[in-house]
Design a protein around this ligand. Structure first.
Ligand code: XIL
Length: 355
């Protein structure tokens, strides 16, 4: 009796079972489409900030980025003090790695950021004249935005320049040494370095209607009037569970910015909660993720939606907000949370083509 065909069949069966197992392990539970695929369908960019784990041994980190994101942003390595650690000495290695990873995997890149009061070490200590500080800023912007010219989709040119108190502009070393026009200058230099990149002003706590978003609106509408090359506003969206703004107020704010001819991106979303998390809080967080994605999808001016990290395992939250965490749509074990499901529902429910 010839047993060979049966043997062959058993081997086929084994292979098929193995393949099925592989599929189940690589696709998030309960669904076949990833956020990246759904975002692609709508012509929007969904992604996350990429932190130091990128260079570590955690292979799931890059796999998850590739599967879920069609845009990424550096959590730190493009910031002033990291990419130019000493005056006119640039450390490109990590930023270059990230850029080539994104391009290789067909992802867009957000550049974060060119001018900020924080993580700018040596520059903040230069006690120079207006002209000296302008030269430092220009040299930095031309070098960094120039190196990645044509590769960055959106640049955060100036980050967090609005005052949280009663003032208008935050009293940063840039403002003190250069004057209020440092923001206009930064955008002009960025445009000179990379005329194709979309140039953004990025800030926190200005997502809905209120005093801070009024000031952001005032800043960017002034820039538009002066002919400054600004193309968008980044809403950081570092929210706290229980204080999620009303979706209709975020929508209103986006619409007034869009009426100026600006794009609006969700740039650093997370919704932190007091630990331990529980299923009721995570479910509510899921609804908040869904609500924000729905607002974005209903506004053609919104093209990018990024969370500040891809997994709770490496989020900045526990380090910066004691006792808080669980802010992202994917947990420490790389399992999708209700936030992930919420984003997905919003993307699936939107049937009207945005492309
Ligand atoms: C944070 C990073 O996540 C941390 O790793 C770093 O130590 C400090 O900066 N708003 C911003 C981001 O624009 O650049 C900040 O990122 C989070 C708040």
């Amino acid at each position: 009796m010839n047993l060979r065909p049966v043997k062959k069949c058993t081997r086929c069966l084994r292979l098929a079972v193995l393949f099925l197992f592989f599929l189940i392990m690589t696709v998030p539970a309960g669904n076949t489409q990833t956020l990246r695929q759904l975002a692609d369908r709508h012509g929007i960019f969904y992604g996350a900030a990429v932190g130091s784990a990128f260079w570590g041994a955690d292979s799931l980190y890059k796999e998850t980025l590739k599967r879920e994101c069609n845009i990424i942003v550096a959590e730190n390595v493009m910031k002033f003090g990291l990419i130019e650690p000493r005056q006119n000495q640039f450390n490109w290695t990590r930023a270059d790695d990230l850029v080539s990873f994104a391009l290789k995997n067909n992802m867009k890149i957000r550049g974060h950021n060119l001018v900020w009061h924080s993580q700018s070490e040596w520059a903040s200590k230069v006690n120079g004249s207006r002209d000296e500080l302008i030269a430092i800023m220009r040299n930095h912007i031309l070098a960094v935005a120039g190196r990645y010219k044509g590769k960055i989709y959106e640049w955060d040119v100036v980050n967090e320049a609005i005052d949280d108190g009663n003032g208008f502009l935050r009293d940063t070393f840039w403002k003190q040494r250069i004057g209020d026009d440092y923001i206009d200058l930064a955008f002009r230099f960025a445009h000179e370095a990379d005329p194709e990149a979309l140039l953004f002003y990025n800030d926190y706590s200005g997502e809905d209607m209120g005093a801070k978003s009024d000031k952001i609106y005032k800043l960017v509408s002034g820039m538009k009037q002066r002919g400054i090359p600004i193309h968008g506003v980044g809403l950081q969206c570092h929210f706290t569970f229980g204080k999620f703004p009303k979706a209709e107020d975020i929508d209103k704010n986006i619409k007034r910015l869009a009426a100026l001819g600006l794009n609006v991106s969700v740039t650093e979303l997370d919704i932190r909660m007091q630990l331990p998390a529980d299923s009721a809080k995570l479910d509510e967080q899921g609804r908040e993720y869904q609500a924000l994605m729905t607002v974005l999808l209903n506004n053609p001016a919104c093209k990018s939606f990024l969370t500040w990290g891809i997994t709770d395992k490496y989020s900045w939250i526990p380090q910066f907000f004691k006792g808080y965490g669980a802010g992202l749509p994917i947990d420490e074990k790389y399992q999708p949370k209700p936030g992930y499901a919420g984003l997905k529902t919003a993307l699936q429910e939107k049937t009207q083509d945005r492309k």
